[in-house]
Design a protein around this ligand. Sequence first.
Ligand code: TTJ
Length: 652
Amino acid sequence: MAHDYNSQDIKILEGLEAVRVRPGMYIGSTGPKGLHHILWEIVDNAIDEAANGFADKVEVILYKDGSVSVEDNGRGIPTDIHKQAGVSGVQVVFTQLHAGGKFNNENYSFSGGLHGVGASVTNALSEWLEVEVYNKTIYKMRFHSYYDKTRKKMISGEPEEPLQNTRIKTDKHGTFVRFKPDKDVFETVEFSLETIAKRLRELAFLNKGISIKLTDLRDDEKFYSKTFKYDGGLVDYVLYLNEGKTKLYDLPVYAKTEKDGILIEFAIQHTDSYTESVFSFVNNIPTPEGGTHEVGFKSGVTKILNDYAKSNNLVKDKDVVFTGEDFREGMTAIISVKMKNVEFEGQTKTKLGNPEAKAAVEAATIEELDVLVRNKKNKPIFDAMIKKAVGAAKARNAARHAKEIARAKNGADSAKLIGKLASCSSRKAEFNEVFIVEGDSAGGSAKQGRDRQHQAILPLRGKPLNAEKKSIAEVLKNEEIRTIISALGTGIGNDFNLDNLNYHKVIILSDADQDGAHIRAILLTFFFRYMKPLIQEGHVYIGMPPLYKVYKKDVIEYAYDDSELQKAIDKVGRGYQLQRYKGLGEMNPEQLWETTMDPQKRVLMQVTIEDAAEAEKLITTLMGDDIDGRKAYIAEHADFNKEDTFMSKVNV
Ligand code: TTJ
């Protein structure tokens, strides 16, 4: 601590009016993001106090009246009079833009960033805001915003009276702030429990040992209260992200250090998956676009692992030459730095720009990993990392080979590859559809029943391979997958080009049973991993064959789920007969056309990815090693004839 802290440490800049006039300038938007932003401003202050060692509890409560409170058990905002301002420190914090100890950089070592526009912005955009400071006695102050009729303008965050010392004794110490976002400012004033819980969990992971409690009192029926506290910090974070995956070693590698005034902390653990999940943070703020800290971290990891492999003679095969990416295959890592004067860049200002961070993080990563590498106890860990990287390098070589072969083949041979495809006659991709059909017999019916001009049929014989578990080279070897790739025409991975898509609707048609659900899941995993834009741009659909046929003489009604069955029975009337379809194969070509393929009558489910991260978790549960998780998931979601978060019914 530089010196005793009091109100003089808070610098004063400008008034609050500007915030009301242009909220977007301060909080980005007045949508849900902006609404949550004014909460993060307050939460950040409490977390800072805890991160600096003066508090260990933060509590957030959502109330019925639309307000929210944040409390910490820290030292309390200064209550004495700030000399320059002539008012209490509390009043300065909530009425002066850009005020707050954190901008002095002496008492608060690391702060600022995306948030850090100050608690006064929250006050300016609230109907009212109340503060209590606990420091021997309870201090109170209240602010509110209103329309001044005589001055014909909004007055924002105005103190109702100066800070009051209630003289009520208290053993507590800390700060309590409760505010109600102004409905005249925000498009919505409804806080999202999910968004808040997600962020508080993240903060609890990033700041080990701090207990963060979240309570939702808004709806008696949906009472919620949960405390996030992770004594393992980043280690717990990585373990959380790797839940349900097969880990290559039990405990994450972890280090924490300081370099050139930058606090640096990271944790790493590899799994047998093929994806890289590096998440970076600066001053507790996520940097999904990466930046200099992430670059420094990755190059440090690459250097150490290259050196380790070489000095221990772990690579026998001369053809294996590592790239940085090889070391990150299956790697889950968090890199968190805390520093002053952060500069954000990039499309969404979530990329760290400070050049000094690259050098510091790279050097720190090398130094810390070097210590760990030299510790004999860690040999199994680093050996496992190298083994994984060797596999990655070999697969990369194999994939390059496969691509070269595929390129050389182009033309005549590629026709053989798509031999099973019954293509359509139209060459207008935007009107064309390809049905990926489970089983040869259903494929046969689909070929006969289809509209030959616009509908192509691709029957799948076996189950295509599980894309999550395989490297790209193995995926490419699978015949079913290769057939799909050449039929669609887009290529995969980095070579994917949506412009070359041959069919603007890719419709998966499989049975309404467990096997069918599995095949759908496998295909979706493949598209998700290797053709993500195909899903993102809405080209992937699930066809919905009926489950029942209810008929009498020449009246036929089809039912697509159990709730529709009764309706169908009522329509056909007494003396009806009922057929339950066990699979697509039981339908003749006319029936398949009529019920499932005819664009005039069919119902398709459009596959969407609301949130790639969530989909990643879904795919892992579905496809990873967690067999119980997979069974539970499929049991719950096997009914693909039902809308859920990932799919919605569309008529197309
Ligand atoms: C002030 O001087 C004494 C040492 O702590 C400094 C301080 O301001 N601490 C502080 C501020 N702890 N908690 C806050 C805080 C908490 C909430 C919930 C909201 C705001 C704006 C500040």
